[in-house]
Write a protein that binds this ligand. Structure first.
Ligand code: FRU
Length: 303
């Protein structure tokens, strides 16, 4: 397979997001009308695929999906957008993971209540069936440490046997479980979210990225987006530090998936061979602009 035809594969959750735009955050036990509302496909890995497609990249999502009718919207939406889902595993369960999201028009905040009741996790046995030669980059939403460690191990094995077809591995620490930090030790790129950093007690992006260095391999690159404070990155091997300013819109309306947009745009830029500084600048530009409109569909007009 020609290098340019190779895909970026994203591993993680595919979620139904039901979104209400409210004038203000509702009072408990009140009955309110939303200003606007919609549902869309969400979940970090799935959102990253949405943004990658908007940017023109070829990509695939792998994860567990429900084959119940109510959630067929998720698979149809992937197909409509050219996101491959050939290696997903389907389960006969009535509910896929779903989230209720409140977008507060007054403050620009987004509140997410997520339910993942009984979806079986993607196992390393499921993952190992993928045709490794099809991928240039595999990105993991860090979760399910034991299985994900085996998945990463299988890519390392492929890389050692096929040095000319080496797959780049990235891991995003976002899910709120400290144990996930174990998953970064073999990653080429690590994305560290503010939520995860704060869970670890790392209260600024400088402290966070510094503390993360003891968990990663010698030549890893670390990237830490921090909302309105922009993003920083470190090339662990050369000890080079990079910083990018946030590019907030005049009026923030939809910050749901802004972090996913940053990760997707940065990966897209890096996968095109751009240097780390340029990639995080691009990530901040696209993620900032995204907060100024609803959903992800206007991203393609930005590039
Ligand atoms: C945004 C998001 C939503 C989803 C939630 C899951 O980053 O992926 O699309 O509902 O997080 O935690």
């Amino acid at each position: 397979m020609n290098g340019d035809d190779k895909l970026i594969l994203c591993v993680g959750l595919c979620v139904l997001d039901v979104i209400h735009v409210c004038r203000e955050y509702p009072e408990e036990d009140s009955d309110r009308r939303a200003l606007n509302g919609r549902w869309q496909r969400g979940g970090n890995a799935s959102n990253i695929c949405t943004v990658l497609r908007q940017l023109g990249a070829k990509c695939e999502f792998i994860g567990s999906l429900s084959n119940s009718k109510a959630f067929s919207f998720l698979t149809e939406d992937c197909r409509d957008r050219g996101i491959l889902i050939d290696h997903c595993v389907y389960h006969t369960i009535p509910t896929a993971p779903f989230s209720s999201v409140i977008l507060n028009e007054a403050s620009g905040s987004r509140t997410i209540i997520h339910s993942n009741l009984n979806m079986p996790i993607l196992t390393a046995d499921d993952f190992c069936k993928i045709p490794y030669e099809r991928y240039r980059w595999i990105h993991f939403e860090a979760r399910n440490v034991a299985e994900t460690e085996k998945m990463i191990g299988s890519i390392l094995q492929w890389n050692s046997e096929h040095p000319d077809q080496r797959i780049i591995i990235s891991v995003e620490l976002e899910n709120r479980s400290e144990q996930n930090v174990e998953l970064v030790q073999n990653a080429d790129y690590v994305f560290l979210s503010k939520d995860f950093a704060e869970l670890m007690g790392w209260m600024s992006k400088e402290v966070a990225i510094h503390n993360l260095r003891k968990y990663v391999k010698k030549d890893a690159k670390l990237v830490c987006p921090w909302g309105i404070e922009g993003a920083i990155a470190i090339d662990n091997e050369s000890d080079s530090h990079f910083a990018a300013l946030a590019k907030p819109p005049a009026k923030p309306v939809d910050s749901l998936g802004a972090g996913d947009t940053f990760v997707a745009s940065t990966i897209h830029s890096l996968a095109q061979g751009k240097p780390l500084q340029e990639a995080i600048d691009f990530g901040c530009r696209i993620a900032g602009a995204k907060v100024g409109f609803y959903g992800y569909d206007d991203i393609s007009a930005l590039v």
